[in-house]
Design a protein around this ligand. Structure first.
Ligand SMILES: Nc1nc2c(ncn2[C@@H]2O[C@H](COP(=O)(O)OP(=O)(O)OP(=O)(O)O)[C@@H](O)[C@H]2O)c(=O)[nH]1
Ligand SMILES: [Mg+2]
Length: 330
């Protein structure tokens, strides 16, 4: 039975190659500038780092959604690595940048591990509307099921009837049960009932979908807090994972969303979606810099296979447009 997908290893070797393509910063675009981080490094070659180069690097980092604080951190690291020597080649420049980025991301690359207890292991999926929560639940359900775990879904987004149907489609597609109530039902009650059903049926992992949009943000946060409170009546250690789903194409807004949800309910994991759809990727570096919450998965499309475990080295390489191997092993 495959058991790698909650471990640190990437199950599909081609995944990060596809990410690189979709971030559109591969070799072919090496001459372009702007968000194409790797392509902005040609000017470094054969020169020592000077202030004009640092300015240019900072501009390309900001264009890739890295954010001011993280850009400064990267530049500090690049300065330290480049030192006083001149940069030998584009590969050398990329390796320096890639390593600087990897160092920042590495502490956040902690995969989701489902331990043997408690059961059911409750995962709450949170985030603003349209970020990809329901899709991520579908992808994760398939992944966990493929590991041999018994999975159940709870349709806690009762705000729209279509949200319940969307979850049912994912359930049918992956052959996992979905607990629903009618639209307008209390989400905390849906999740409470689903938790009891999951316990009775010997389910390993219960994935709970929750609305991303309510009358206002305060109301949304109150609803989430209520869900947590009610779940704890059945298991004081629940929820066992509070995963925020963030749309990478929102850039720095994704970071402020994460900070707000973290302050309101306490996050234990992050999934970043839509890195294929306008998300520039640098936002993950800004997140890593500002929030000590593990990045679990990244999404590069709408299908079940379009999600994989986050890997700091592979991601940094895709972002910079270089091979992931260390320079001395090439
Ligand atoms: N391109 C791309 N599209 C994605 C990705 N993840 C989700 N989507 C699409 O984004 C749209 C919104 O996804 P949902 O999963 O419905 O988002 P949600 O957070 O559940 O939204 P609400 O239920 O409205 O709060 C859908 O059309 C998904 O197919 C991704 O990684 N890449
Ligand atoms: Mg949804």
């Amino acid at each position: 039975m495959p058991s790698d997908s909650t471990s640190g290893t990437t199950s599909r070797p081609g995944f990060f190659a596809r990410l690189k393509d979709r971030l559109n910063i591969g070799k072919d675009s090496a001459k372009s500038t702007g968000s194409k981080l790797g392509g902005a490094l040609d000017w470094l070659v054969g020169r020592k780092l000077d202030e004009a180069m640092i300015d240019e690097l900072e501009t390309s980092l900001l264009a890739a959604d890295v954010g001011v604080d993280a850009a400064e951190d990267i530049i500090r690291r690049v300065r330290r690595k480049a030192g006083n020597r001149s940069v030998a080649s584009v590969d050398d420049a990329r390796a320096i940048l890639r390593e600087s980025i990897r160092e920042i991301l590495e502490p956040r690359a902690r995969p989701l591990v489902i331990p043997d207890t408690p059961r059911p292991f409750l995962i709450l999926m949170v985030g603003v509307n349209g970020s990809g929560k329901t899709t991520t639940i579908g992808k994760l359900a398939r992944r966990l099921r493929d590991q041999g775990l018994k999975v159940m879904l709870a349709a806690g987004d009762t705000y729209r009837a279509a949200a319940i149907e969307q979850l049912q489609v994912w359930g049918e597609r992956n052959n996992v049960p979905v607990i629903t109530q009618q639209a307008g039902a209390d989400p905390a009650a849906v999740i409470y009932d689903a938790f009891e059903a999951a316990r009775a049926r010997g389910i390993d992992v219960l994935l709970a979908d929750i609305a991303g949009r309510l009358q206002n943000k305060a109301h949304l946060m109150q609803e989430l807090q209520k869900v947590v409170r009610i779940a704890r009546r059945l298991d004081p250690t629940a929820p066992h994972e509070v995963m925020i789903v963030l749309d990478a194409s929102l850039g720095q807004n994704a970071v402020s969303q994460a900070l707000q949800f973290h302050a309101a309910i306490g996050l234990t994991g992050i999934t970043m979606t839509k890195l294929d759809a306008g998300g520039k990727g640098g936002v993950l570096i800004a997140l890593a810099e500002q929030l000590d919450v593990p990045v679990r998965f990244i999404g590069i499309g709408e299908q079940a296979a379009d999600m994989d475990v986050f890997d700091a080295g592979e991601f940094a390489a895709a972002l910079v447009g270089s091979a992931a191997a260390p320079p001395d092993s090439r």
